[in-house]
Design a binder for this molecule. Structure first.
Ligand code: BV8
Length: 225
């Protein structure tokens, strides 16, 4: 049994038309991180944060999975039970490409969360802070995404998967956000083969034994097939 752990970031969805964060003109060039991706920013101005995520939710709804997402779905189908796909992305392009075992460690645009009672429900395309929670009726609706300073989701599944990995493959991420940015070094130290597939070397490219650079729609299918 060859255990493969894959981590994806915004770069895998770039050729589907979804913005990345730290590239030229990216999301963090348009919005201050502390205003739209922290609990403090949400508390200060929930309408601004909902506008930010409503715009991304609409864009993601109109986007289509690309050849890189499809290649990963093929890999999972051909190696059933051996592939764990962890994504930092909040879009659903992996699922729409056919991937079935997707761990959204930074949450999902498709989710809504009540910050009063913790209830979760499927997000409407357009969400507002004063929308009443279906469970407790409090006007306390937020996007179900993980902001800076919040604990990533699925760590109980991710940590053992990283420990057991024979291979760790990082795709389309700048390697600047923790804990994901530490995964390559962690897996390498445990003896896993580490592979980076990215447009260009990331901040932690030195942590990888094997690297292939170019657009994801080219390097990912070439590596998978
Ligand atoms: C946590 C919300 C504790 C969702 C996001 C000091 C040192 C170490 C850590 C910290 C520190 N100070 C604070 C921290 C912790 C902090 C952190 O890492 N800060 C950084 C800035 C230093 N982390 C946290 O707070 C996390 N929580 O640590 O809790 C804990 C941990 C474990 C267990 C218990 C407790 C929470 C982090 C989540 C933040 N949420 N966003 C959303 O809006 O989407 S961050 C944001 O960055 C997104 O989630 C995104 O997914 C993530 C990573 O970005 P990338 O995906 O890499 O995108 P980026 O634009 O950066 O790069 C794109 C890449 O693609 C580039 O390399 C580019 O070359 C490439 N590319 C472009 N086009 C293509 C391409 N590749 C291929 N093909 C192409 N066509």
């Amino acid at each position: 049994m060859n255990k493969i752990v894959i981590l994806t970031g915004a770069g895998i969805s770039a050729e589907s038309g979804l913005g990345t964060f730290r590239d030229e003109g990216g999301l963090w060039a348009q919005h201050a991180v502390e205003d739209v991706a922290t609990p403090e920013g949400f508390a200060r101005n929930p309408a601004l944060v909902h506008d930010f995520y409503n715009a991304r939710r609409a864009q993601a709804t109109g986007a289509r999975p690309n050849a890189a997402h499809q290649a990963l779905a093929r890999l999972e189908a051909e190696h059933r039970g051996e592939v764990t796909l962890i994504t930092q992305n909040v879009d659903d392009l992996h699922e729409r490409a056919g991937s079935r075992n997707v761990l959204h460690m930074h949450g999902e645009l498709a989710g809504a969360l009540c910050h009063s009672c913790g209830h979760r429900w499927p997000a409407p395309v357009v969400m507002h802070a004063q929308d009443p929670c279906p469970a407790c009726r409090a006007p306390a609706t937020r996007p179900d995404v993980v902001w800076f300073g919040e604990i990533p989701y699925h760590m109980d599944v991710i940590d053992p998967a990283l420990t057991e990995a024979d291979m760790f493959v990082s795709i389309g991420t700048s390697g600047q956000v923790y804990p994901a940015a530490a995964y390559a070094q962690h897996c390498g130290r445990l003896g896993a083969v580490t592979v980076e597939l990215n447009l260009e070397p990331s901040s932690n490219s030195r942590d990888f034994a094997e690297t292939h650079y170019g657009p994801a729609t080219q390097v990912v299918p070439a590596w998978v097939d």
